[in-house]
Design a protein around this ligand. Structure first.
Ligand code: FE2
Length: 341
């Protein structure tokens, strides 16, 4: 046993007895004769356990214990009260104040040693366990962060694959995701919600992977038949993303971003707040990016014209709340930076 024990007692004969019992078991023993001396000792030393007399002149055991527990450097050292009283009140008060146990005086050698052994072992086990839990928790958190990071990277890679297919809308998905996140932020959504909407935005057009390149990259306006094919991309997106069971809202964004607030959109003709909120946000961001990017058959639409179109679509194509936020973003964007670079 290599414990270090501080014994605090105003009665020198008790100190002597304790010292001889404990030293015989090769424990390291320090003895002090008052509460004040104990606190001074503890300011520079950290024993494994403190045996503290309850009745002492000036600073008694309770007050000494209070100081020990208030100091973060000593609060975790187990304190055992030494008392000649066996009354319940003293014991209750001591335990409430943070003492871990009582040892009666005069000392019975065997009891003293067993108690000390028991308490120090228990305290060490607790400390080890707390440390172990902390280490494991940190590992789990790191692992979780890694998985989250990888999820974002996979989503970005997939969204890049969609954008690579479309030579005229370079970076469309990434911009829609950014605008959608900003709209969510300005609408007061939580950080987590903003991050989710960003990912949902990145994959909103993933169904375009299933549309023939000749239609996607057609340098002139689409005919009715081609337009009908393009219009299947939300449902194709749904089919692709429904496998990601852990993030069902990816499907929502892909499937419903062409719904209109007035119910005249596709594929399901949902209206108003029946359209999931992430899809209503993406719808505004998507239309904004389409207008502020150049196409094979036209250049970039001037900012004020884009603004007027968003304004016009309020309540018909767009949820008016998110359209107003988009308009505020346009008005704040004095250099027309929010567009394809
Ligand atoms: Fe789309």
């Amino acid at each position: 046993m290599d414990y270090w024990i501080l014994v605090v007692d105003d009665d020198v004969s008790n100190l002597t007895v304790a010292n001889s019992i404990l030293s015989s078991e090769s424990m390291r023993v320090s003895c002090v004769k008052s509460g004040a001396a104990a606190l001074k000792f503890l300011s520079a030393n950290k024993p494994d356990i403190i045996l503290l007399d309850v009745h002492m002149p000036e600073m008694d055991g309770f007050e000494t214990l209070k100081h020990i527990k208030e100091n973060e450097n000593t609060a975790d050292i187990p304190v055992v009260f030494l008392t000649a009283d066996s009354d319940n009140e003293t014991e209750t008060r001591g335990l409430k104040a943070g003492a871990i146990d009582f040892i009666a005086k005069p000392f019975v050698t065997e009891v003293l040693l067993l108690r000390i052994n028991h308490i120090v072992e228990l305290t060490r086990l607790q400390a080890d366990l707390a440390h172990e839990v902390e280490v494991k928790t940190r590992e789990v958190i790191n692992q979780q962060k890694k998985v989250e990071k990888m999820t974002v990277q996979i989503v970005m890679a997939l969204s890049g694959a969609v954008d690579a297919k479309d030579t005229y809308t370079n970076g469309h998905s990434a911009r829609v995701a950014e605008y959608s996140r900003r709209i969510a932020e300005l609408a007061g959504f939580s950080k987590q919600e903003q991050d989710d909407i960003y990912l949902i935005g990145l994959l909103h057009d993933v169904g375009k992977i299933g549309i023939p390149d000749a239609i996607i990259n057609k340098p002139s306006r689409l005919n009715d038949e081609e337009y009908a094919i393009i219009k299947t991309h939300p449902v194709l997106g749904e089919k692709i993303l429904e496998r990601i069971e852990e993030f069902p809202r990816l499907v929502t964004g892909a499937k419903y971003h062409h719904e209109r607030f007035d119910g005249k959109g596709y594929p399901d003709g949902l209206s108003g707040e029946n359209i999931p909120v992430e899809a209503r946000i993406i719808a505004v961001a998507d239309a904004y990016d389409a207008m502020s990017s150049k196409r094979a058959y036209r250049g970039v639409i001037p900012q004020q014209q884009v603004r007027a179109e968003v304004e016009k679509g309020k309540g018909t194509q767009f949820d008016p709340v998110f359209a107003d936020i988009m308009i505020a973003m346009i008005d704040a964007d004095t250099n027309y930076d929010l567009r394809e670079k």
